[in-house]
Design a protein around this ligand. Structure first.
Ligand SMILES: *[C@@H]1O[C@H](CO)[C@@H](O)[C@H](O)[C@H]1NC(C)=O
Ligand SMILES: *[C@@H]1O[C@H](CO)[C@@H](O)[C@H](O)[C@H]1NC(C)=O
Ligand SMILES: *[C@@H]1O[C@H](CO)[C@@H](O)[C@H](O)[C@H]1NC(C)=O
Ligand SMILES: *[C@@H]1O[C@H](CO)[C@@H](O)[C@H](O)[C@H]1NC(C)=O
Length: 417
């Protein structure tokens, strides 16, 4: 999954393995698609995220599209009000917009898998926020482009640098343009890394009110999942030759073959993949994990995985390394890729950081490094929460995430002037 071990992506990969062993139970009638896979009726890949997970629960929801400056057409869901409400135009009261950004190898659906009273987007909507769910390029609802096709290599010619340079700004510009208001941001996993990288370059901050970073990832050198470490090593080299500049599809045969082969490494226990990859999640609901398996993992680009692997290996947050000084000079005018310097994040930007004691991807020591980079941040602008029992997936699927994390994030947002 995630190259770096990182991210929910790895979790997803893990889960994917579990899927190999446990056929998810089918809900409702199914029909056979031409490629032989069963499609579940009510599957978001047919009906979309709003219809599948939001409108059914009594909330308004709009499916929208945003085009990035490099031509990717991203899907975006807007939940303008709480359950049963008509939306923000009916009341005349301007609600505060919140952008919610998922991690790698999953899509925006991942936030909506728990029951409505437990999932972050609907809790925010019920508490008076205007909620916007982003979907990164390459995931199932963000696979269109003004000129490129996902079957072509050129479509997959990007890493998380492009999420920083194009995806995030496109979504921020759109939401800011539509609402005329500064936004709050919530990121999980890779959704924190791209935000931190962007803020460090001074981007987005003029459109931003505050930011909540859950399972923050910036430095990854202590990532302690065995499978993640092997994956990161693998992505260093052979992966690129094996996959080239291509789609990294966790559901595809090449990726699953790769994972199976990694599972034969000594010391790697793929029996309990979710734990092996993300750490010991304390508080997942079996039904939600089941839904997760039906919805994720999602594709990313191989180049993104390679970039994440570089982040793991080098221990610095830098742009994509082309691996050859002349290529780096061509792209950056320097033999080394430029660094994203976290210490350059504006010191008065309100930040809420929450990290878990059992998170194998966002290791406590790496978060320590991140906090060290923020040591000159204005004291009253930085709120840090440590949850001893939490691992990576608890932040999006934990049955008690509302009580432990989301309510605190809400309170933090409401405190911002
Ligand atoms: C199956 O779909 C029907 C209508 O499409 C719905 O009423 C029913 O609740 C669904 N059953 C399950 C188990 O989701
Ligand atoms: C787990 O999820 C199911 C299905 O959404 C829900 O009915 C149940 O209440 C959840 N359990 C807990 C402990 O939240
Ligand atoms: C990928 O993008 C780089 C610029 O970042 C360009 O030099 C290269 O030709 C592109 N490759 C393909 C196959 O599109
Ligand atoms: C990052 O920026 C800070 C000051 O903002 C500077 O002291 C530090 O040396 C920089 N780090 C790197 C790796 O360039």
């Amino acid at each position: 999954m995630a190259p770096t071990p990182t991210l929910l992506g790895f979790v997803a990969l893990n889960l994917f393995f579990i899927v190999l062993a446990v056929v998810p139970r089918q809900v409702n009638s199914t029909r056979h698609a031409s490629f032989g896979q069963k499609i579940v009726v009510g599957d978001p890949s047919i009906n979309g995220i709003c219809a599948t997970s939001v409108i059914v629960n009594g909330y308004k929801c709009q499916e929208l599209q945003v085009t990035t400056k490099d031509g990717y057409i991203l899907s975006l869901q807007r939940i303008p009000g709480g359950r049963g409400e008509q939306g923000d135009h009916s009341t005349g009261i301007k609600k505060q917009p919140v952008i919610i950004q998922h991690g790698v190898l999953v899509d925006g659906m991942t936030w909506l898998l728990n029951p409505p009273e437990q999932n972050l987007p609907l809790i925010l909507a019920d508490n008076g926020f205007d909620v916007w769910i982003a979907n990164t390029r390459g995931t199932r609802f963000s696979r269109q482009h003004t000129s490129l096709d996902p079957s072509k290599q050129a479509f997959w010619n990007w890493s998380w640098d492009e999420l920083v340079s194009y995806d995030l700004p496109a979504v921020f510009d759109y939401v800011y343009g539509q609402t005329g208001q500064k936004v709050h941001y919530v990121g999980h996993s890779l959704g924190t890394l791209i935000a931190l990288a962007s803020f460090s370059e001074g981007h987005l901050v003029t459109q931003l009110k505050s930011s909540a970073l859950l399972s923050p990832i910036a430095y990854l050198s202590h990532m302690n999942t065995a499978l993640g470490v092997v994956l990161a090593k693998t992505f260093a080299g052979e992966i690129t030759t094996l996959f080239g500049l291509a789609e990294f599809n966790p559901k595809g045969i090449r990726v699953s073959t790769l994972i199976k082969s990694l599972c034969t490494y000594p010391g790697i226990d793929c029996y309990d993949l979710l734990t092996a990859l993300t750490g010991k999640n304390c508080c997942l609901n079996a039904s939600t994990v089941d839904l997760f398996l039906r919805n994720e993992p999602q594709s990313t680009s191989t180049k993104n995985m390679v970039h994440l692997a570089q982040t793991v290996r080098t221990g610095v947050l830098a742009k994509f390394n082309y691996g050859r000084p002349d290529y780096n000079i061509m792209h950056y005018g320097d033999m080394q890729p430029p660094i994203y310097n976290i210490s350059n994040i504006p010191k008065n930007l309100p930040l809420y950081i929450s990290y878990g004691g059992r998170d194998a991807l966002s290791d406590v020591r790496d978060v320590g490094n991140l906090l060290d980079s923020l040591k000159f941040h204005d004291g009253d602008k930085l709120t840090v929460q440590f949850i001893k029992d939490y691992a990576h997936a608890d932040y999006i699927m934990g049955v008690n995430a509302k009580d432990i994390v989301y309510n605190a994030v809400l309170a933090f947002f409401k405190r911002q002037p």
